[in-house]
Design a protein around this ligand. Structure first.
Ligand code: 5GP
Ligand code: MN
Length: 342
């Protein structure tokens, strides 16, 4: 080992909730055959932490299947083991007794994978959403972690798994995307120390940032053009909303998954504290994405509609028509802004 990488290792932050981490370590060591699940509309942290789990289990000589809740965005196809993910619409030949759930704020987040989970199966829950009720036989939830991949980094170390380049690439992807490119308030000293260690394993930042954050397909760019046409801001400038209908998706040649990242444009308006994106889904529901800057806890707004998430990024699903959903959520946004004195 070089002196330089030894130096990085000296700076590795300690994991929080060491007992909870240990309970996960013990459980993983004890069992050999795993189903890995993550949340619907898989993002960089969901996929990164699931594939990191796959690498860790492989390194420990265990078997696994990763059943994603939906199609994985092609932008992440540089991830090692990406092609070995199953989606829940494909048949997996059997049910599993041991489940590793990563980045899933609650069990409903992996509802589609349910049919592959045996009755009475034991679930291990590794997550960083503060709304997580700590379900499962072993739960390690740390809301101060920027990404579930930050936790998977500690899990790999605790299990003595080598941080090789494929594993580091998965971990870096989740940390990069969940911190919005090291820009969001969850970007901590720990994040940069861990990231430095991942670079020492050979991660090439631009090779990941370019596909994971920067790149858009032409249909996605067309959808952005259309969506920005209906961007509106409140009269006091404090919140902004965007919507995407099924007609817009068809017109742009996009699917539901191509709306990723659009909500960010609401929050980038300088006066805005809360931004919301409303998307009509193919099955006639309205998916809401909420973002805030500094004052409003949008996870509380999402929870009023049976959703959840983080303080600054949350979501929920509403059954009903687009206009009604927008009215109902806007009313709660206005109330939250007033309560926060924003
Ligand atoms: P997004 O708006 O990007 O879909 O989600 C933002 C954050 O809120 C993510 O951390 C996501 O896990 C969480 N989230 C989104 N929708 C839901 C939901 O319906 N229920 C819960 N519990 N969390 C959600
Ligand atoms: Mn996450």
């Amino acid at each position: 080992m070089t002196r330089q990488s030894q130096g990085h290792l000296d700076c590795i932050p300690a994991p929080r909730y060491a007992d909870a981490l240990q309970s996960v370590v013990d459980f993983v060591k004890e069992h050999d055959d795993w189903l890995i699940v993550s949340h619907e509309r898989p993002d960089g942290d969901a996929i990164g932490s699931a594939l990191a789990a796959a690498h860790i289990l492989t390194a420990l000589g265990k078997t696994w299947r990763f059943v994603a809740e939906g199609p994985l965005p092609a932008r992440f196809n540089y991830l090692p083991l990406f092609s070995q993910a199953y989606t829940s619409i494909q048949a997996v030949d059997r049910q599993f007794q041991h489940v590793l759930a990563v980045d899933c704020a609650d069990e409903a987040r992996f509802a589609h994978a349910r049919s592959f989970i045996a009755e009475g199966a034991k679930i291990v829950n590794v997550d960083h959403h503060h709304t997580n009720p700590r379900y499962g036989a072993a739960a390690w939830v740390d809301a101060d972690a920027a990404a579930t991949c930050e936790l998977m980094f500690h899990l790999a170390l605790a299990l003595d798994v080598e941080l090789n380049e494929p594993l580091a690439t998965c971990l870096y992807t989740g940390i990069l995307t969940d911190t919005g490119g090291f820009a969001q308030p969850n970007t901590t000293r720990d994040v940069h120390l861990i990231t430095a260690r991942l670079l020492a394993s050979g991660v090439q930042p631009y090779d990941i940032a370019e596909p994971a954050l920067e790149s858009r397909t032409w249909p996605q760019m067309r959808l952005l053009q259309m969506a920005l046409n209906n961007l509106t801001v409140s009269s006091d400038g404090k919140y902004a909303i965007l919507y995407v209908t099924q007609g817009m998706l068809e017109g742009a040649g996009c699917t539901d998954d191509d709306t990723e990242g659009l909500v960010g444009f609401t929050r980038s308006i300088d006066t805005v504290e809360v931004g919301a994106l409303f998307r009509e889904t193919a099955d006639g529901r309205i998916k809401v994405s909420l973002r805030s800057k500094r004052r409003v806890d949008v996870s509380r707004i999402a929870q009023m509609f049976a959703g959840g998430g983080h303080t600054r990024a949350a979501g929920c699903t509403i059954v009903g028509d687009l206009g009604d959903a927008m009215d109902a959520v806007v009313e709660e946004i206005e109330r939250a802004l007033e309560a926060a004195g924003a």
